[in-house]
Design a protein around this ligand. Sequence first.
Ligand code: 4AD
Ligand code: MG
Length: 474
Amino acid sequence: IVDIKGGVDEGLNRLGETLEVRGWVRTLRAQSSVTFIEVNDGSCISNMQCVMSSDSEGYDQVESGVISTGASVWIQGTVVASQGSKQKVELKVDKLVTVGTCDPSFPIQKKRVSREFLRTKAHLRPRTNTFGAVSRVRNALAYATHKFFQENGFVWLSSPIITASDCEGAGEQFCVTTLVPNSSEASHSPVNAIPTTKDGSIDWSKDFFGKPAFLTVSGQLNAETYATALTDVYTFGPTFRAENSNTSRHLAEFWMIEPELAFADLEDDMACATAYLQYVVKYILDNCKEDMDFFNTWIEKGIVDRLSDVVEKNVVQLTYTDAVELLLKAKKKFEFPVTWGCDLQSEHERYITEQAFGGCPVIIRDYPKEIKAFYMRQNDDGKTVAAMDMLVPRIGELIGGSQREERLGHLEQRLDDLKLDRESYWWYLDLRRYGSVPHAGFGLGFERLVQFATGIDNIRDAIPFPRAPGSADF
Ligand code: 4AD
Ligand code: MG
């Protein structure tokens, strides 16, 4: 048995050989003397064209209609050169077995369907070309991520999902509660076990074994503890944000890659982010050619050239102050007015990457401290912090990072200024007490990277099972 990718790629060297394939029927086309069955097993975009004639074993399954689009099949056949122009080889079927029939209500038929519709069929959408290709490229990006960091001496760290701290300080966390199983309850649904008070409202005092606990928004603070021991580490895992934003770039559950570098400053951080992005983009261009050609044709024209430029060209860098000046000079009218100190909105970010710098990634650095998180290192001007965001066309912010405040006094002062409780950061402050070092890191939203690399316009199509306001089925 070979996967269909192997069969298609090596087919011409295997002429005359007997091959077995397994997969799902994409289409079935009956002609007077032969029937063409296109089979796909998810290993590539290409289908294996299987040609059945009335003397093939199992032909009765074609005649009786047992086999149809969506059915799973096992086919044994001989590799022959194809008469058609779409493929080099095809299988002349010796034997066909229908493994599982497919009900006629199967929603993924040959006709094109919208991605909105497919989101309501998240359990079946991987059977389409688009989601097959997105899944394979997402997988390749994850593999390349580990490869990049491992080759550069980083240690992968599993940061916790349940946590007591709010890294970003934005209060956008989901709360974890402990269920109280009720043995007399006929239904075992967890909904019946949510602790409630006498008046029926949720009893939040029954949270994580009696202490408040939340789903993590970022593994950064944990990564800092390991970076100040192992030097270079990275996390790669799920993170959660309870922001009720219904946009094409926000999810409530997304995967984040967070490298943390010890003995490093903002320059090192930006260099790492740039090298990482170029590495993973090059990896998919080199290793996912068929899928990338598919995106280039069907999802975003020119994406392959755009990504090749990312690999070859330098990333533009400018300060926040220069970015504001550039926006103030822009002819475009923005919905949100720009002033020094404002948070850049996605319309501003998109203007900068798409118009001002012709579609290449841009890093903006040295943001006003008021709009950034407590842990970022203060610059000598007293107004800005050593932060950096990498912006890319269509998406805006792909990466957010900074040099961390390693000076104990400065960090304590910052916590006080922001009215954050020093006590709850005791362990984080310890890192500054015991052998503190300059260190820096960044977070990259993995689904935004998948969007950037595939051209898929909605982030809900860049993750197998999107979690966003109104979507937690499946
Ligand atoms: O800019 P953010 O909030 O930074 C942090 O969490 C830092 N602690 C990271 C660090 O320095 N270790 O988030 C980082 C990235 C963003 O640039 C964006 O790509 C992604 O995470 N992101 C989201 N992706 C999808 N849905 C959301 N709701 C996201 N929020 C942030
Ligand atoms: Mg950010």
